[in-house]
Design a protein around this ligand. Structure first.
Ligand SMILES: Cc1cc2nc3c(=O)[nH]c(=O)nc-3n(C[C@H](O)[C@H](O)[C@H](O)COP(=O)(O)OP(=O)(O)OC[C@H]3O[C@@H](n4cnc5c(N)ncnc54)[C@H](O)[C@@H]3O)c2cc1C
Length: 591
């Protein structure tokens, strides 16, 4: 094969990903005059997955419920994460979220307001108080618009429609990243002193998903191959309410905002079944509980015609619905020819969020690879076994900023310039990337993706057991073998099939990580529901599962969950959220 050319760019910091986490990181990194920062995205600027976020961003302003505080937000986050969250991440997060949201306002974001002019906050599942600041149901779009505007006026370079396929390390530190322009397939090397991964989650691993095409776990896979640790990979969130009908829209999200604004769930028998699963919180129970409840109702023969539950908000009236949930109203009208102001609709669980991912330091978002940082959905630790609605948007603001700061501090303490790049490694990567185009015969990447989704959904989905996971692993390993020879017709110009090869390779690797971790956790906790171990067991609360990859095999180890200091552990003494009346000591414990 003749040697390919590639173009080279040099930066102090590159940020891979232009979603909320990436843009916030880039703004922070570029705050030091003279620091060269670039953002690289495999989609167009403004199109990142964050744009889809609907319901809101969680921050304890207490604008409507004055008892709210960072302590209560911390409490809710840890409790919903079933206490395998990194407590320090949750503490930083809960304390800093309000400032990050207010900062967005100063950059031009326009939130819905209370009549007194404060930021409006809506209730959401398992948040003790009304906490989600929002812009109708277009919150992500406004956040992204605001940060994009701020970022491009901060002197950041942007590379759009560029897929990074490899993270480069040299002499024990990061050297940059390598990839190609999706438009024409030309190769590009970014040499950098620090790399921030902000590539989002891996929801496309599953057949029914709310996630955008970008969510193929690229950053986690790139980091894993380069030697980074991954954590909590068994924890994949299934959101209770995805669209069900017609088939073409299955999985598209129905925001939790619908339940937040008063929507009620019924089974086929007309029963408000949530009273049997969580009588206190009902529809606003945590996502893992509501998703399992809908799934169980359908399994018990009480499901709707297409295997879900009914969601009904008609009692709120057309004006209210159109004002509070304009996006949902339009979504159903356009995609399902259904008017939600007049009719109930079917919903069922859909893969939604990746709690697991790259393991990071809570203060700086540094990974175990010197010079590599990770923030947002690609990173693990904050959400534990289950993410609360609205906590991702504040996560990307809080830890996007911290990753940018972390990279800056790393550069301050660093000696020497850009690390040397190994040409042989680049040659090898170019050959690897071009190989699917040169193979005469081989398996189609779309076929592999379909098979992968089938395996993961059937054997490692919302409900799993040791037996299904083992079967899934065997099938997955066979598929991985078959996928060695993925082949694609056509050229490098505008060739989505070719792009799919790398997405699929990343998802295959991470799916193995999910299954192996799920096999190890022999209990049910949060999003991880094992029918052979249906109970949450105190012993397993002490551990996270951490994975590493040696280029051949995945190695998994148990690591102790960092112990909460006394002043935080005390918040759980009464079994009630701080801010609610505390009566007698309850059962709940942080241990
Ligand atoms: C429908 C929907 C509604 C949601 N609503 C809410 C909500 O109301 N509140 C809330 O808190 N959360 C919500 N979420 C979750 C939240 O939107 C995401 O978790 C969050 O936006 C993730 O942001 P991120 O910056 O980590 O990654 P993303 O926004 O996913 O951005 C990833 C970026 O990385 C780029 N990228 C990926 N791979 C590569 C590669 N190989 N090379 C180059 N670039 C790459 C992508 O192009 C993209 O720019 C919702 C999610 C969905 C799907």
């Amino acid at each position: 094969m003749a040697r390919e050319n590639y173009e080279t760019h040099e930066y102090d910091v590159i940020v891979i990903g232009a979603g909320g986490a990436g843009l916030r990181a880039a703004v922070e990194a570029s705050a030091v005059p003279g620091l060269k920062v670039a953002v690289i995205s495999k989609s167009l600027l403004g199109k990142a997955h964050t744009v889809m976020a609907e319901g809101g961003v969680a921050a304890s302003f207490g604008n409507l419920d004055h008892q709210d505080s960072w302590e209560t937000h911390f409490y809710d986050t840890m409790r919903s994460g079933h206490f395998i969250n990194n407590y320090r991440m949750a503490e930083i997060f809960a304390k800093e979220a309000p400032d990050r949201v207010l900062e967005l306002e100063t950059w031009g974001a326009v939130f819905d307001r209370t009549p007194e002019g404060r930021i409006m906050q809506r209730p959401f599942g398992a948040h003790t108080f009304r906490r989600l600041a929002h812009i109708g149901d277009h919150t992500g779009m406004e956040l992204l618009r605001t940060m994009q505007y701020k970022a491009i006026h901060s002197g950041i370079d942007v590379f759009q429609e560029v897929t990074m396929t490899k993270l480069l390390m040299a002499n024990g530190r990061v050297a940059g990243a390598f990839g190609y322009f999706r438009e024409d397939g030309r190769f590009v090397l970014f040499r950098a002193k620090a790399v921030i991964l902000a590539t989002g989650g891996l929801g496309r691993v599953y057949k029914v998903t709310s996630n955008s095409w970008e969510s193929t776990g690229d950053g986690a896979a790139l980091a894993f191959r380069a030697g980074a640790d991954l954590m909590d990979m068994e924890m994949v969130q299934f959101h209770p309410t995805g669209m069900v009908w017609p088939p073409g829209v299955r999985g598209i999200l129905v925001t939790e905002g619908v339940r937040g604004e008063g929507g009620l769930l019924y089974n086929a028998e007309g029963e408000r079944f949530m009273q049997r699963y969580d009588a206190e919180r009902m529809e606003l129970s945590s996502r893992d509980v509501v998703a399992r409840a809908i799934f169980r109702e359908a399994m018990a023969g009480r499901g709707t015609p297409h295997g879900g539950a009914w969601l009904d908000i008609t009692h709120k009236g057309p004006d209210y619905i159109k004002t509070k949930l304009p996006g949902m109203y339009e979504q159903f009208l356009t995609l399902a020819d259904l008017d939600i102001t007049r009719e109930r609709f079917e919903v069922a669980p859909t893969c939604h969020y990746t709690m697991g991912g790259v393991r990071v330091d809570p203060e700086t978002c540094a990974t175990n690879l010197p010079g590599v940082f990770a923030a947002g959905e690609v990173a693990a630790g904050l959400h534990g076994a289950n993410r609360l609605g609205g906590n991702s948007l504040s996560d990307i603001l809080v830890f996007g900023r911290r990753a940018g700061l972390g990279a800056r501090q790393y550069l301050e303490g660093m000696e020497g310039g850009l690390a040397a790049v190994d040409e042989a490694e680049i040659d090898h990567e170019m050959n690897r990337v071009l190989a699917p185009l040169t193979r005469e015969k081989g398996v189609n990447p779309y076929h592999v993706h379909e098979q992968l989704q089938e395996i993961m959904t059937t054997y490692a989905g919302i409900m799993r057991s040791g037996e299904t996971l083992q079967t899934g692993l065997e099938k997955l390993l066979a598929l991985k073998e078959e996928a060695q020879t993925m082949a694609i017709n056509g050229s490098r110009r505008y060739n989505p099939g070719w792009h799919a090869v790398f997405d699929v390779q990343n998802m295959l690797l991470l799916s193995e990580g999910i299954i192996r971790s799920a096999l190890e956790r022999k209990e049910s906790r949060g999003a991880h529901w094992r029918t052979d171990y249906p109970d949450e067991l105190p012993d397993w609360q002490q551990f996270n599962f951490v994975e590493s990859f040696d280029g051949d095999a995945i190695h998994i180890r148990k690591e102790p969950v960092p112990e909460m200091p006394e002043h935080l552990a005390r918040l759980f003494t009464y079994g009630k959220a701080p801010g609610l009346v505390q009566t007698a000591p309850g059962k709940e414990s942080s241990k």
